[in-house]
Design a binder for this molecule. Structure first.
Ligand SMILES: Cc1cc2nc3c(=O)[nH]c(=O)nc-3n(C[C@H](O)[C@H](O)[C@H](O)COP(=O)(O)O)c2cc1C
Length: 137
């Protein structure tokens, strides 16, 4: 994915933060798509989203083979954007430690195995109408 580097604006970041859910799409090496709901997702800054890997199976396998992902927030009417970019899987370090702390503060039984770090490279509108599918720049 070689897009213009686009950052998220404050409204987009606020929407990701306040959403209870985002949808995370990945693709297997053979192209098979996979989409899952993820509750523990939040922006770290205006070009990075943290997703906590607690139960990801096909998702994490897909990302190991094909480290690209797309995210849409659950309340897409309020935040009609598609965030796309490259992913790093971090199994130690600050992001991982923060992910574990966050997950356990939400539900003590959770045992995250990785922080999935989405580096946003492209933001597209999904607003129905003339802007649908357009790159936001
Ligand atoms: C409401 C809801 C919230 C979820 N939140 C997370 C989450 O924060 N992290 C996670 O790893 N899985 C979460 N899951 C589980 C994933 O959606 C999914 O079941 C898991 O990634 C296995 O699917 P996969 O094999 O396609 O990756 C959540 C599921 C639901 C229904």
């Amino acid at each position: 994915m070689e897009g213009v580097l686009v950052v998220m604006n404050q409204e987009m970041m606020d929407n990701i933060t306040k959403n209870n859910l985002v949808f995370l799409a990945t693709a297997a090496a053979d192209g098979t798509p996979n989409v899952v709901p993820i509750g523990l997702a939040k922006p770290l800054d205006n070009k990075t989203v943290l997703l906590v890997a607690n139960f990801m199976k096909k998702t994490i396998q897909n990302l190991k083979n094909n480290p690209k992902a797309s995210v849409i927030v659950g309340n897409v009417s309020e935040c009609p954007y598609q965030f796309k970019g490259s992913v790093k899987i971090e199994e130690s370090g600050k992001n991982y430690d923060d992910a574990v702390e966050w997950a356990k503060s939400v539900m003590a039984q959770l045992n995250p195995f990785a922080a999935v770090i989405l580096e946003v490279e492209e933001v597209y509108s999904v607003q129905p109408g003339p802007d649908a599918g357009k790159l936001v720049d």
